[in-house]
Design a protein around this ligand. Structure first.
Ligand SMILES: Cc1cc2nc3c(=O)[nH]c(=O)nc-3n(C[C@H](O)[C@H](O)[C@H](O)COP(=O)(O)OP(=O)(O)OC[C@H]3O[C@@H](n4cnc5c(N)ncnc54)[C@H](O)[C@@H]3O)c2cc1C
Length: 404
């Protein structure tokens, strides 16, 4: 029989983490986090100075315990937790609305494919929050068909000389380092001539141009490379075999997208809003009795439970040392589409008030939380591989169907 309950050891660990959060998390950080989950990445409501200070203390408390990259070896700043312990840690944090501090997935990729020198050089400073990374995969002509990347790295002695362009590079404006897919053998078949390179963003020849978004933020950028010299030692794994390193990264990225507990929090908040505040704020007192709307909430609640089972599946695979592949695609597909459906349900709950976007406006419910959420979730079925691509992965690698 499948038993999702904690073992006595897991329950003790859960209690320890809970006690830690109760002791160390300042109340206002928890409150803010309720909105940060929605506004995260949207750069609205800049952190107050005081809050930033408390965030620093919170981060330090986690860092001291090695809980930033809990499953990494202690030698690189981790705590050598099992995948299940890490999962419980993050579950408790999310349930208690404590800000999770973690490392970029590139770290886990370096841990799998990198040399000892690369691990020593990059992992401990990542844990300490000293290096910000950006992901140089997509190009104007290469998104879903990522293996067609055209950015070239020509060998010149011990260097590659890089020319080309990346696009949709999140955070490139402020990043210290980039991990990029670069074509280093133009003669080879397309999957076999790519290297996965790590290099500094302040190198001569790199320029960054921000792109505006409909939310008002400009999180994305174009990145241009003009005769950028990068040592061949910057390659993670074998030169010209970077496609497979990049694919490992995508598996990590897809499996970590969307916390099922976070979904549950958000749904609970929506239900609470509909049954309490919505009446006062928007006069939509009938809503909780409207059959069509109740049906939607029931569907979202069922789907949120399914999302939790996806998490359980992924975590039990990771606990056995397996990097989930088609399972990550299924989780990414389901979670991102569920997020959109939930935000859609929320907007329906608000009616016309859902369109108010001024977070300090007198008629804006819950500081525009749900409208912002609605806009933010639009991109979720595109980033880290579109829904169509996830379905292709499931059909070919998961079900063994021929390529379409
Ligand atoms: C929030 C967000 C953050 C991002 N951050 C980064 C980043 O940091 N670094 C980075 O490199 N990229 C980033 N991206 C880019 C992202 O990876 C690409 O947008 C994505 O891979 C799709 O590529 P594309 O935009 O070129 O669309 P295209 O590949 O041109 O696709 C257009 C449409 O055609 C469909 N399609 C394409 N091929 C197929 C097929 N074989 N079968 C069925 N349908 C198909 C797609 O599903 C899509 O609907 C980000 C995107 C978003 C939304």
């Amino acid at each position: 029989m499948v038993d999702f309950n904690d073992t006595p050891e897991q329950a003790a660990w859960r209690a320890e983490v809970t006690a830690f959060v109760e002791e160390h998390l300042p109340d206002d950080l928890a409150e803010d986090q309720e909105f940060a989950g929605t506004l995260g990445g949207m750069h609205r409501g800049p952190l107050g100075k005081q809050r930033a200070e408390r965030m620093k203390e919170w981060r330090q408390a986690i860092l001291d315990r090695g809980w930033i990259a809990p499953a990494w070896p202690k030698a690189y700043g981790g705590a050598e937790m099992t995948a299940i312990e890490q999962f419980i840690l993050r579950e408790v944090f999310t349930e208690m609305r404590a800000p999770i501090q973690s490392v970029h997935d590139v770290g886990s990729t370096i841990l799998v494919h990198g040399s000892e020198e690369q691990k020593q050089k990059y992992l401990p400073p990542m844990v300490r929050g000293e290096i910000q990374w950006c992901q140089g995969y997509s190009e104007p002509g290469s998104g879903s068909d990522l293996a067609s990347v055209q950015t070239r790295g020509e060998r010149d002695g011990d260097d590659f000389v890089i020319n080309g362009q990346k696009i949709w590079t999140s955070g490139a404006k402020t990043a210290d380092m980039i991990f990029a897919l670069v074509r280093t053998d133009p003669e080879a078949p397309k999957h076999r001539g790519i290297s996965y390179l790590l290099f500094e963003m302040d190198k001569p020849g790199i320029s960054v141009r921000p792109l505006g978004q409909m939310t008002g933020a400009s999180q994305f950028n174009e990145v241009f490379f003009e005769d950028v010299r990068v040592p061949v030692s910057a390659a993670v794994g074998e030169i010209n075999r970077g496609w497979y390193v990049g694919a490992t990264h995508l598996d990590f990225e897809r499996s970590s997208i969307g916390s099922a507990v976070g979904f549950q929090n958000r749904l609970n908040d929506l239900i609470e809003f509909v049954t309490t505040e919505a009446e006062a704020d928007t006069g939509r007192s009938r809503l909780k009795r409207e059959p069509a709307f109740r049906d939607q909430l029931a569907d979202r609640a069922t789907e949120t439970t399914v999302a939790r089972q996806f998490s359980n599946r992924i975590i039990t695979m990771q606990a056995r040392g397996i990097i989930p592949n088609t399972e990550s695609s299924a989780q990414k597909l389901f979670s991102s589409e569920l997020h959109q459906r939930t935000s859609n349900t929320a907007i329906k709950a608000l009616g016309l008030y859902g369109m108010l976007y001024d977070e300090d406006g007198p008629y804006t419910p819950q500081r525009a939380r749900w409208g912002t959420y609605y806009l933010a979730t639009v991109s979720e079925t595109i980033g880290a591989g579109t829904s169509e691509i996830q379905r292709n992965v499931i059909a070919t690698r998961g079900l063994g169907l021929p390529r379409g």
